[in-house]
Write a protein that binds this ligand. Structure first.
Ligand code: ATP
Length: 248
């Protein structure tokens, strides 16, 4: 059970605009081959944690001031986002972030931009994405901006898959989607984890769903991990039930 971590985040602090301390020493780890949930209310710091890992904060005038991020045994906190993608760790942003004016297929192909292997391998992976997301094959020529919210979320995950990731940082995949679609997307996440050996760090406000698919969870509150444990234990924890599962 004590699988080697593929990712560990050690005591990171993040400051926005030189003054606002948003993460106050967050530590977490994701075992190789695992699905780990990062839970918490709106504004708790989930997105900031993922962006800190991907090194995407600089563009927003946020910075990691303390702590280390280790991916596959190497410290990566000083790497560019693209270098991290090349090494196999990629973030799928909240809100889907497709190129609305491009076709679904062109969106998927943009995900291969860091690869140095050939067209044949890239086309094989495109086929693999369509096998996981049959809806995207049907919609391949449609302008992404005119596809449904669920299809855009699938396109965003599919695009990440085109970089051949070992790990995906998935930000709020359930946001704005009907329950049945949420389930459909989490089922695909589970299959990708099992069949393609992709590890996931999953930021979610939908604690209930996330804890059904994750093995382990961390709960963030105001930039601190206030509770962590096996998903099963969190699901039955009275405080978690009261504050995060809405079962009071
Ligand atoms: P969400 O569900 O909105 O994604 P979250 O848990 O991911 O919530 P963050 O987006 O990480 O939370 O935000 C954490 C805190 O940092 C919030 O108080 C937010 O207002 C603040 N914050 C986020 N982005 C910035 C920014 N670019 N500049 C300044 N403050 C920010």
């Amino acid at each position: 059970e004590a699988a080697k971590p593929i990712l560990s985040v050690n005591n990171i602090e993040v400051i926005y605009d030189h003054v606002i301390l948003v993460l106050k020493g967050v530590s977490l780890s994701v075992p190789a081959g695992g699905i780990t949930a990062l839970l918490g209310a709106n504004g708790a710091g989930k997105t900031t944690t993922l962006k800190a890992i991907s090194n995407l904060l600089h563009a927003e005038r946020g910075e990691v001031t303390k702590g280390t991020i280790v991916f596959e045994g190497d410290q990566v906190q000083a790497l560019s986002p693209n270098e991290l993608v090349r090494r196999g760790c990629i973030q799928v942003m909240e809100g889907r972030h497709c190129f609305g004016h491009l076709s679904v297929e062109d969106n998927l192909m943009t995900g291969a931009f860091t690869r140095r292997d050939g067209k044949a391998e890239i086309n094989r992976d495109l086929e693999m994405v369509y096998e996981y997301f049959p809806r995207l094959r049907v919609r391949r020529a449609s302008q992404a901006g005119y596809t449904s919210g669920g299809e855009q979320q699938m396109t965003a995950i599919g695009r990440a898959l085109m970089s051949r990731p070992k790990m995906i940082l998935l930000d709020e995949p359930s946001m704005g989607l009907a329950p049945q679609l949420v389930e459909e997307i989490f089922e695909i996440v589970k299959k990708l984890n099992e069949e393609q050996d992709v590890s996931f760090l999953l930021a979610e406000q939908n604690t209930n769903v996330a804890l059904r698919y994750a093995k382990y969870g961390y709960i963030l509150e105001s930039g601190r991990v206030v509770l962590d444990g096996a998903a099963e234990a969190l699901r039955t924890n009275e405080d978690v039930k009261e504050f995060y599962l809405g079962v009071g």
